[in-house]
Design a protein around this ligand. Structure first.
Ligand SMILES: [Zn+2]
Length: 80
């Protein structure tokens, strides 16, 4: 079982479909058991969808990183 930090470390790549099936499986397993990551994953996907749909380009790392950082910041805030 991976941790939330590991989940989000791979999550950015997962959104861009750059992870292996094994890692994707790990992420989905964590997601199925972690309510906090479910909520954050859902809102992140929506954010990424808005970003990608408003542009005809692939989501570059420079755009996806701040999104993940914001999600991570919110995760830490919720825990404290
Ligand atoms: Zn989690």
């Amino acid at each position: 079982m991976i941790t939330c930090d590991e989940f989000f470390a791979e999550f950015g790549d997962c959104l861009e479909n750059q992870v292996s099936p094994e890692i994707r499986q790990e992420l989905e397993l964590h997601l199925s058991q972690c309510r906090a990551c479910q909520v954050l994953c859902d809102s992140s996907r929506k954010t990424v969808k808005i970003v990608t749909e408003s542009s005809s380009f692939e989501l570059p790392q420079s755009v996806s990183d701040p999104i993940i950082e914001r999600v991570m910041a919110r995760l830490r805030t919720d825990r404290s």
